[in-house]
Design a protein around this ligand. Sequence first.
Ligand code: BJ8
Length: 425
Amino acid sequence: MSNDYRKMWEDLGLDLPAHDSLLETLGKGYKEIYMNQKGRPEGMEYFDFVIREVHGLRIRELLDEKSAGKKVIGAFCVFVPEEIVRATDATLVGLCTGAEFATEEVEKLLPRNTCALIKSAFGFKLGKVCPFIESADMIVGENTCDGKKKAYEILKDIVSDLYVMDMPQMKSNKGRELLSNEYWRFKEVMENLTGVNIDAKRLKKGIQIVNNKRRAMHRLYALRKAEPVPISGLDALLINQICFYDDPVRFSNSVNRICDEIEKRIEKKDGVFHEGTPRILISGCPMAIPNWKLPWIIETSGAVIVGEESCVGERGTRNLVDDTGVTVEELMDAIVERYFQIDCAIFTPNTERLNHIIDMYETYDADGVIHYSLQFCQPYLIESMTIEKALEEKNIPTLRIETDYSMEDIGQLRTRIEAFIEQIK
Ligand code: BJ8
């Protein structure tokens, strides 16, 4: 990375030695996991570039936008409506939550048995290694799981401008009303922060930009149904992860470009795994950069991932917002309608999620489901048991995995996954 970037990180208040070590670990992990894959589509070059520049050029772009008077908003959850952020010309970025960092410091503030995702968010802040969190004008938290909502009470003292959005826990009329009220409140907060009045034209434009991003992802997902599989699950995950950071218009164009290439590959029956490779559907907690552990083990154990029932995957991007409304009220209603369908495990009951898993299993012609929960994540861990039972009743082979971001359990995970793949072959 150039000296220019070093100055930028220093100005953002990052701890440069700690940041150097983070980048080195990231780079090493990335090389080992991504660069060793064979036959990747050429279009992955763009995403390799983005990941290389995730703390470089992308941060420079965000800082340039800020100098031009625009705002950067950081978030931890797919319930934060990007359409509203876009309508004010601000940029929404997903904050880093996929690796262990500054654990000792974190455990002075949070109990040890807090899920890795929450600890990671704190670790990146306390370790001063995340340029996204330091660039953000406002960070949006959401009262989803208990872990997050209690953690925000502590996070508010270590970040400036934390805004917390309340969240329904049930898909009832009352729940919908709560979400709607919260989105209107968020709209007002965004207007005050940016000085931009969100009218119907702006909101529609925001909706269209985000819809286009989702459309491109839907196109990519659909291509993964092919046999032999034309893109690895690791590469698809990377694209899903970059979806949270990149400029949305450029990102959508790049995804569409790789889809054009993949379509040609499919015509030639050119796959990244040979025909007949066991096809896995992953379901569960989100996997933020650089959490590639489980997919890497699966795809180096003789199987290929064909879909992710996850917020960094189909749960996060499915369903478009209806953009046909003409008033702000109609468009806001359409936004609420779309987000209220997200079947996160924080909802009770949450039967839609089970139906979606079964639907994805069938659509992607999967041979088995691997359910992934982070340790201490009660919503997904508890749901995983009902899901396993329901899937097994339908004779869908299922493996339940509980892990964290450490590398200590790689051997044990590999043994269990290899045995599962053997069983479904
Ligand atoms: S919409 S999945 S992004 S809340 S892993 S912090 S649930 S204890 S991340 Fe999520 Fe939004 Fe739901 Fe999606 Fe809590 Fe579990 Fe930790 Fe989690």
